[in-house]
Design a protein around this ligand. Sequence first.
Ligand code: GLN
Length: 187
Amino acid sequence: MVSRRVGVLALQGGVVEHARMVEELRSEAVLVRRAGDLDRLDALILPGGESTALLRLLAAFDLTRALADTARAVPTLGTCAGLILLARLGVLDVDVERNAFGPQVDSAEAVLPWRGGQVRAALIRAPRITRMGEGVEVLSTWTDPRRPDEAPSVVGVEQTGAGGRIIGVAFHPELTGDTTIHRELLA
Ligand SMILES: NC(=O)CC[C@H](N)C(=O)O
């Protein structure tokens, strides 16, 4: 795999785990804190964290516009709160419901379907995707084992189009050591 420069939004949340995974795949993790950090990236990752805080910090650092433009221009992955950001910024054409699986037991580990295969994932106060625009494809669904009668929730999507390629997942692949999705981003 060719070495890439991969921006990891580094204002808040699970930055280190993504950066480690990028380095494990022999690419360079560029911590993004200001607009200049977005120059010359081959890919971009928006980590999980707390989406309200992240949106505020993006505005405070005057990064909102530049981040959205970059996400449209290079292959981009948003995980959990990062997925929520992509939706709120109007970059990924989906609606998301925050904290969709209830506040009581707020995390779970699961092996989820992913394209033809599987991915090992952690769900932590995860959102779910409730609407998808044209050009958005479902890559993964999950049924909360505490609510076996509910229809499966959409927890992974991909949007491909004029600008490029955006993967949004409600879960954390970076916490389980499973590099499947990061490899796709860097391919
Ligand atoms: N693990 C996460 O990123 C959680 C997302 C968080 N519940 C939010 O709404 O922003």
